[in-house]
Design a protein. Structure first.
Length: 139
């Protein structure tokens, strides 16, 4: 049975697809892989960044399949991306105007994170030999 499962792909419900695409595609460098356009509006897509995949879907506010969140839909959800160089991702995100946290070492990993427009927490981490609790840029 275990050989049958190939990948886990997080699926995020989003309030505003344009804002989400600005964050993920323009800000973090994801590329849209597959998409569903409904009456000229992008409603669903899969996006890839390296070997990672995310799905986004903006639901209609009225009619069939309608959905409206009670609050920030991503609150309390964190996704961690394992990468070669979390500091490079932090530099690129900050250069593009995103509010990424200064990298810190936790559990032997540099970790930087940021919240997407819906409150989903996106974290990038990479292995390091730096001492635990080190903060990037501090001696």
């Amino acid at each position: 049975m275990a050989d049958n499962v190939k990948e886990a792909v997080p699926f995020f419900r989003v309030v505003d697809m344009k804002a989400s695409l600005a964050f993920y595609v323009d800000g973090l460098g994801f590329e849209i892989d597959k998409r569903w356009d409904d009456r000229g509006v992008l409603r669903w897509c899969t996006m890839k960044l390296g070997g990672a995949t995310l799905m986004l879907q903006q639901f209609r506010r009225k009619g069939q399949d309608a959905w409206a969140p009670d609050g920030r839909v991503g609150e309390g959800v964190s996704i961690f991306f394992l990468c070669e160089d979390a500091i490079a991702i932090w530099r690129d995100a900050v250069a593009k105007g995103l509010d990424a946290s200064t990298p810190e070492v936790g559990n032997g990993m540099w970790v930087t994170g940021l919240d997407d427009p819906d409150g989903y927490r996106i974290e990038f981490q990479s292995a390091t030999d730096a001492p635990e609790d080190s903060v990037y840029g501090e001696d």
